[in-house]
Design a protein around this ligand. Structure first.
Ligand SMILES: [Zn+2]
Length: 65
């Protein structure tokens, strides 16, 4: 039983990763930037949230002219 539970968690790690912020399983994951000081991976939603938190107004460019 112990062996099975180890194998199972290994498989889970290998196949699906969890977003380090919202803990959702993600298939298309993003690697956080070094300055965010996060371990693991991010889903698309949390990644873009982090982006706008760290670089407000920088990655969304609005042409007002
Ligand atoms: Zn997330």
């Amino acid at each position: 039983m112990f062996f099975i539970s180890i194998k199972k968690s290994k498989d889970t790690l290998a196949s699906k990763q969890k977003c380090t912020i919202c803990n959702e399983e993600v298939e298309m994951y993003f690697v956080p930037m070094k300055e965010w000081k996060l371990d693991g991976i991010l889903c698309g939603d949390c990644y873009s949230k982090q982006l706008s938190d760290f670089y407000p107004g920088d990655h969304v460019r609005v042409n007002e002219e």
